[in-house]
Design a protein around this ligand. Structure first.
Ligand SMILES: [Cu+2]
Length: 478
């Protein structure tokens, strides 16, 4: 090989490498996000795990897992553009705790929905597929400089019978290739797209507490009670109605419509927090609580099936986080079940009680208004401590709290009754389970009678322990 030819070959190889390297890098996929979301779909409680496709679109694996008493059968899942139907894929449901998967395809960036249907109810879980990252400027610099270098080199070789022109073109070729190589070697280490919107990791435990609470893995977190305050702009107003007239002990769909307090516009920007778009506590006149996760059926509309046990007025507490601000908020509303209102004796206070096949021993210390108190529940079964409690919604335990209304007792439909939701966020044991004790730090805002419900999960079933706590007024320090 003559010298000019060898030089030309080297320049060509470098130019080719410079041209190919950035495009090879650009095909590196952004790390895909994984979201876990609880759906109370019709008569079933399902947990959906959705792996967001890489930037630009692609495969979207979905895992469906049934909880509690989900009737066996199947649901369909599909990836669709908002409002669309997509191509449904049948997925078996059950038995509780067994995952079934389907691979969907979301073949483009932008808004998508995972559509889950059981033949009657349809849930639409919003998923955002990020756009591919734009080609960085340095890649264009490499490409243009390499092309200029190669063209100049070829021209210089063609015109080598005119040495001056060839020399000038040779200089242009060397400059072009030098620029290309310099741009490539000083470029950022990766061209991967910026990380997509953070989504909750599927791992148990690690999770940020409510209302800006820091994640404190070694300590149960205390969440502030939501004392009723003036409505801030940007807060979500929830209107609840039953799809058909509600009667006791009959399934009925509760429909929730979300609007913004400042403009009355539809709110459709909820983010998944603690494995759900909305955590709904429904508290009946008999003091029973139902903690469910309504499914999104259309922009700003959520539906959940309830079986209200008794007649009377029910308080509805919807916990949400809007995308962007990340602020945790609770909207309260109510609905009525026809018939003579029921009342029930308050739940027992601290101490031991039987809940299903478990015994729960509840201890409350420091129940003084305005001071941190601790509520603990220790579980045993046939005398042996229970150590196989499962993570539910990413946590060892949940405590729902309803404070005294104007009459001095907890009243779910009295706006004066403060509502709170506290977590036990201690890490799991070596087996990945919890127990025998769950504990919560909570500050009761005012004295009076409170209704508490501690919730844990075992055998894919939620165990609810109601407790009545009388909170003493704060006494001045001696
Ligand atoms: Cu929840």
């Amino acid at each position: 090989m003559t010298r000019p030819r060898r030089a030309a070959a080297v320049v060509l190889l470098v130019a080719l490498a410079a041209l190919l390297a950035p495009s090879a890098l650009a095909h590196e996929a952004a790390p895909a996000g994984v979201s876990r979301i609880e759906l109370s779909l019709g008569a079933r409680d399902l947990v959906l795990t959705i792996t967001t496709p890489p930037a630009g679109g692609g495969r979207m694996p979905v895992v469906v897992l049934a909880r509690e008493d989900a009737p066996p059968g199947e649901v369909t899942v599909a990836a669709a553009r908002p409002g669309g139907a997509g191509t449904p894929v049948a997925v078996p449901v059950g038995p509780a705790g067994r995952p079934h998967d389907a691979v969907l395809t979301a073949d483009g960036p932008g808004p998508w929905e995972v559509v889950v249907a059981d033949g009657a109810a349809v849930a639409r879980v919003p998923v955002d597929v990020p756009a591919p990252a734009p080609t960085p400027g340095w890649v264009w610099a490499v490409r243009v400089a390499a092309v200029v270098g190669v063209v100049a080199l070829v021209a210089a070789l063609a015109l080598r019978h005119r040495p001056r022109v060839a020399l000038a073109l040779g200089v242009v070729a060397v400059v072009g290739v030098t620029v290309a190589v310099t741009a490539a070697s000083t470029a950022p280490a990766t061209t991967a797209a910026p990380a997509p919107t953070p989504t909750p990791a599927p791992a148990a435990g690690g999770h940020a507490g409510h209302a800006g609470m820091a994640d404190m893995p070694a300590m149960p977190a205390a969440a502030p009670m939501s004392v009723p305050t003036a409505m801030a702009p940007g807060s979500v107003v929830v209107a609840a109605r039953t799809a058909t007239p509600a009667t006791a002990a009959t399934p009925v769909d509760l429909v929730l419509d979300l609007t913004d307090s400042s403009g009355g516009t539809v709110v459709d920007d909820l983010a998944i927090h603690d494995d759900a778009l909305i955590h709904l506590a429904v508290i009946g006149p008999d003091g029973q609580v139902t903690h469910v996760h309504p499914v999104r059926t259309a922009p700003g509309r959520y539906v959940v099936r309830l079986v209200p046990p008794v007649a009377g007025r029910y308080g509805v507490f919807a916990e949400m986080e809007r995308a962007g601000d990340g602020g945790h908020q609770v909207a309260r509303t109510a609905f009525a079940v026809a018939g003579a209102p029921a009342t029930a004796a308050p739940a027992p206070g601290p101490g031991a009680r039987q809940v299903g096949d478990l015994q729960a021993d509840v201890a409350v210390s420091g129940a003084v208004a305005g001071r941190p108190a601790r509520v603990a529940a220790a579980f045993s079964r046939a005398g042996a401590p229970v150590t196989d409690l499962q993570s539910w919604l990413g946590m060892a335990g949940h405590l729902l709290v309803l404070g005294p209304g104007l009459a001095g007792t907890p009243d779910p439909v009295d706006p004066a009754s403060a509502f709170g939701h506290v977590h036990d966020m201690r890490p799991a044991g070596p087996a990945g389970t919890y127990g025998p004790e769950v504990a919560f730090d909570v500050t009761f805002p005012q004295p009076g009678r409170y209704a508490l419900w501690a919730q844990v999960q075992r055998d894919w079933r939620v165990v609810t322990v109601p407790v009545t706590v009388d909170v003493a007024p704060e006494t001045p320090a001696p």
